[in-house]
Write a protein that binds this ligand. Structure first.
Ligand code: IDC
Length: 414
């Protein structure tokens, strides 16, 4: 072998070695990024929800509590329906659901064209992996039968669009009020609308409003809807107005087996404004947690009223603590106090223990999950170091073999 040939052979070998290493490093790095993209959203983790007794359970059969925020009327505050805001509230505040409040009375902004806004909101919720409540927000139109035909048309359209989605919840009449009774007015309305939805969407949870601005769950419990699965009933409270007597009504309904969903509550008075009662609000949340009742807080807007969670800011996402109202500060700290929605990699799901009964236990379990997760992450780092060392060794041996073969070929040709 000439000196020149030896030189060429050495350079070739070095390049080959570097290439082998690069390919192997590439694979390792790729595997790592894929892994960190594997973060699960609430819907990925919990999948399709259904009812078991008074509890919502997730795809694994575990008790599940939805916690989130309701928009204000989407005709008045459409700007907060945006992807960044939904992602932000999921990541920073740990919500797992949003409620899209579409007032049904034309005097409150209803028009068929607003359906598109709802659909936009549903898409953002889906892309964020959040559950979404589609709320036919009756209020000034206290009897749901007033706009029943529009309601049926609306829910047919929604059900046709979302019958295969796992994150949809239909709320068919926000707050019946005035001269409206369960058996005479609301139940017949609900039976008709539920039939229309169920013709198309066989599974999704449907929430039915209850008399007296969705407070009389105890009355409904005496004669609930039969013949359909996954039907829940709404209970609404405003903590500075509604106190123990309303919890007692709720307890009575629960005792009779009525599944309750707090699709709206405030920590101020029932006008949506006025005094805030944090102490009473905390008692309420404890009651809801103790009974695994899902809850959605009113409202995502910067309106100058105490139920709005934003202060005087024009921002439509990425809010800082200072930009929140008193209600917003209370709510976000409450949401963040739940450990369950800690983002856990999908493959770690099996570590999560099921059916955790109370908050202390919940916290312990969650710390366990975080610890397990940290141990797993450390293991992962350790494993990938081993992989890198093995890769280099294999590349080196591979290079040596090819080098030797080439040397033999070159020598034999001489
Ligand atoms: C309130 C809004 C307020 C608006 C009013 C009338 O906070 O800005 O002017 O509606 O549209 C409910 C209703 C909910 C109310 C809220 C506070 O579901 O629409 O929002 N509230 O009054 N039930 C009890 C209280």
């Amino acid at each position: 072998m000439t000196k020149n040939n030896k030189k060429i052979l050495s350079i070739f070998l070095i390049i080959l070695l570097i290439l082998c290493c690069l390919v192997n490093f590439g694979n390792v790095a790729n595997a790592n990024t894929q892994d960190s993209k594997n973060i699960s959203t609430p819907v990925q983790k919990h999948g399709r929800l259904k009812l078991s007794g008074t509890n919502i359970i997730d795809k694994n059969g575990d008790k599940f509590q939805l916690r989130g925020i309701s928009t204000h009327g989407i005709a008045w505050f459409p700007q907060y329906i945006n992807q960044e805001a939904f992602n932000y509230m999921r990541d920073e505040w740990k919500i797992n659901a949003v409620r899209l409040a579409m007032y049904s009375d034309p005097s409150a902004g209803y028009d068929k064209s607003i359906h598109e806004k709802v659909k936009q909101g549903v898409k953002f919720a889906k892309d964020a992996g959040l559950y979404v409540i589609i709320d036919w927000h009756i209020l000034s139109d206290g009897n749901p039968n007033i706009y029943k035909d529009s309601a049926i048309e609306f829910f047919r359209e929604m059900a046709n669009s979302y019958k295969n989605d796992e994150n949809i919840i239909y709320e068919i009449c926000n707050e019946p009020n005035g001269d409206v009774q369960w058996e005479r007015d609301i139940k017949p309305y609900a039976l008709e609308v539920i039939k229309e939805i169920r013709n198309i969407d066989k599974n999704a949870i449907i929430v039915v409003g209850t008399p007296t601005w969705s407070q009389d769950v105890d009355i409904v419990a005496q004669n609930p809807i039969q013949g359909y699965e996954n039907i829940m009933y709404s209970l609404h409270f405003y903590a500075a107005t509604h106190k123990d007597y309303l919890r007692q009504k709720a307890q009575k309904a629960l005792n009779s087996g009525l599944p309750i969903f707090v699709t709206e509550y405030g920590i101020c008075d029932a006008s949506g404004n006025g005094n805030i009662d944090e102490q009473e609000a905390n008692v309420w949340i404890q009651f809801l947690d103790d009974n695994n009742i899902s809850w959605m807080c009113w409202n995502l807007s910067n309106k100058n009223e105490s139920s709005a969670i934003l202060g005087n800011t024009g921002k439509i996402t990425d809010w800082t603590e200072e930009e929140l109202s008193q209600c917003g500060k209370w709510l976000t700290s409450k949401l963040k106090s739940y450990p369950e929605e800690v983002v856990v990699k999908i493959k770690k799901e099996n570590n999560i223990e099921n059916n955790v009964e109370n908050t202390t236990e919940k916290e312990e379990k969650s710390n366990e999950i975080i610890e397990n997760n940290n141990v797993d992450l450390n293991n992962e780092e350790h494993n990938s170091n081993i992989i890198i060392v093995i890769s280099i060794t294999i590349s080196f041996i591979f290079g040596l073999i090819i080098g030797s073969v080439l040397t033999i070929i070159v020598k034999s040709k001489k």
